[in-house]
Write a protein that binds this ligand. Sequence first.
Ligand code: RIB
Ligand code: CA
Length: 296
Amino acid sequence: MTRRVIIDTDPGLDDAVAILFALNSGRFDVLGLTTVAGNIGLERTTANAGGLLDAAGRSDIPVVSGAAKAMLRDNIDAIVVHGDDGLRGVKLPLSRTAPTTGAVDWMAKTLLDAPSGSIDILALGPLTNIARLALHHPSAAARIGQLIVMGGTIDQPGNAGPASEFNFACDPEAVAGVLRADIRTTIVPLDVTRRVRADRAFVEALRGTPIGALAADLLTAYLLDDSQSRPLHDPCVMLLALAPELFGVEFRRLSVDLGDDADAGALRPRDSGFPVSVAMRVDVEGALSLLASGFR
Ligand code: RIB
Ligand code: CA
């Protein structure tokens, strides 16, 4: 059974691998890509989203751009990781996919036009679009089957601030807005994603298909050395959607640091915090095997 999904994303190298996996695996019915500023600016994340769809022969899938900036704060970026084109120089076909604007309204209409609970949202970047959906279209947000979010960190150090993860640090107010909303949400934090990495042998083994070869190019740009890539953060969202049995998910009550220091966006365990499911364990071998299977 394929899962009907909207992918909200800021591609970005790991986003790109996650999107190609979703498109090629045959296990997702991707209804659209909604884009957000994050790793790099909105214009670039939107162009990269269109290029990925064209590379996969799926220019039938819409790209709808969303937030160019966070709800209240100045943007930060991850150009140091993803390069100023967002893909560290990996070339995609010139996108023929003409993006439209208005991601939040498009998500709302898509959710309202479908049976309640039949569409999941896979969130791979800052949560600005999702928070605005919950704020301006609560009845549509309530129809989300499940929201799976790459973001946050529980016991691991942050990658944006000492205790804050990048997606959540980009827009802490959006994180609070999403956790406050009545949406069945699972967070995939750094505690899990940092354990899922590719080595060069894994990467080279993907080169049996054109999409696999593109994924291999993207992962090559994401390698730290022959033995490991940077963490496969965003692909973990797709893997959890397909095979939750590979992950250990726990119930937590969390609040979000809305301060103005380097820990803005950090998650704090609080008895009064928002109830949310959090993936804290992963079968690394099983996750990498499932990821590779999506490119055959
Ligand atoms: O902290 C990792 C997250 O931030 C990933 O989604 C990566 O693409 C960046 O957006
Ligand atoms: Ca991302």
